[in-house]
Write a protein that binds this ligand. Structure first.
Ligand code: PEP
Ligand code: MN
Length: 347
């Protein structure tokens, strides 16, 4: 439920509404807006006795949020959420943000070369898994903390922000120390204790859609993170399971548009996992920008043939350079721009 205050409501009036909500046993989230303050009431699943609130001074009206995902819905907050990273890059605003890098951090040389090259081509966020969720227990599992240290080194040298996956609650604190964005992988989308831990970790979160998850389930998973007090969540479409074996996944671009209708959170598209094949990544990246994605996350490797994971869907560095040129043109055609580095790269 939302309590919309009148334009010019005083802080004392807002305070009275907050206290009334808390007296009823709920939490109050005041949200100052451009026109007026709205106070969200969280912690209830049913209808609240609104008679105690409507009569209070400064209250304009009460809105009932019909969706089960409350705080991430557009009903709750009609404006787009813009997430600003420590390097000044904003996700969810006018600019389209490019996140790129290898599937896994494999070595110092591999991640530094990737970082310098994707940064020079115009990416502003470096991806790279240090803890890898692998389908087989015998596949490369990632370098762990050493991988995080290498990512931090790459950030120091290039100014790129870091997005990297947290696989379990045990390593959440460690990942949060190094990451600018904590990635929650498709396989973890409904790991509710992990979602709660991510919501308490103090960093923005990139939440990937589960392989067979509906959009509603994705939004409810995001709600877990926001309910813990972390509003900086971005949703990621990375393809869902498909009956057709021609592609690894079915890259659901309609989800990009649907999520923008239903939620104020930024939407990131992952054409690498979405298609699973290098030749399909460029066309679907262009399509995702055209469809209105706020960011792309792309797998790029200096030598895809030798990659420890997901080489078949990784672009090489030259292919990434060429794609960036095309993405600028697509962004331009829809009145957007590819986000530029705010802190200039050095080193
Ligand atoms: C990844 O980003 O490398 C990854 C494992 O993605 P997903 O969780 O979408 O499979
Ligand atoms: Mn991968």
């Amino acid at each position: 439920m939302l309590v919309v205050m009148r334009h010019g409501a005083t802080s004392a009036q807002i305070g009275d509404v907050v206290r009334a909500i808390e007296d009823m046993g709920y939490r109050a989230r005041p949200m100052p807006g451009a026109q007026r303050t709205t106070i969200g009431l969280v912690g209830n699943d049913g209808r609240v006795q609104e008679s105690r609130l409507v009569g209070l001074d400064g209250v304009l009206r009460i809105i009932h949020v019909s969706q089960p995902y409350k705080q991430v819905s557009r009903e709750w907050w009609p404006e787009d959420t813009v997430i600003e990273l420590d390097n000044g890059v904003k996700i969810g605003g006018e600019d389209v943000v490019i996140m790129a890098g290898p599937c896994s951090v494999e070595s110092r040389e591999q991640i530094l070369e990737s970082a310098h090259r994707v940064g020079a081509a115009g990416a502003t966020v470096l991806r790279g898994g240090a803890f890898k969720p692998r389908t087989s227990p015998y596949s490369f599992q990632g370098l762990g903390e050493e991988g995080l240290r290498l990512l931090a080194r790459a950030r120091e040298e290039t100014g790129l922000a870091i997005v990297t996956e947290a696989l379990d609650t045990d390593s959440m604190g460690l990942v949060a120390e190094y990451a600018d964005i904590i990635q929650i992988g498709a396989r973890s989308m409904q790991n509710y204790s992990l979602l709660r831990a991510a919501g308490r970790a103090g960093k923005p979160v990139l939440l990937k859609r589960g392989m067979a998850a509906t959009i509603k389930e994705l939004l409810l998973a995001a709600e877990y993170i926001v309910a813990e007090g972390e509003p900086r969540v971005m949703l990621c479409e990375r393809g869902v399971r498909n009956f057709d074996t021609h592609a690894r996944n079915l890259f659901d671009l309609t989800a990009v548009v649907t999520i923008q209708e239903l939620s104020h959170l930024p939407i990131v598209a992952d054409p690498s996992h979405g298609t699973g094949a290098r030749a399909k990544v460029g066309p679907m990246s262009r399509a995702a920008v055209a469809a209105g994605a706020d960011a792309l996350i792309l797998e790029v490797h200096p030598d895809p043939a030798s990659a420890a994971s997901d080489g078949q869907q990784s672009l090489n560095l030259d292919q990434f350079d060429a794609l960036m040129v095309e993405l600028h043109a697509i962004a331009d055609a829809i009145g957007r721009r590819i986000a530029r580095a705010v802190v200039p790269a050095h080193g």
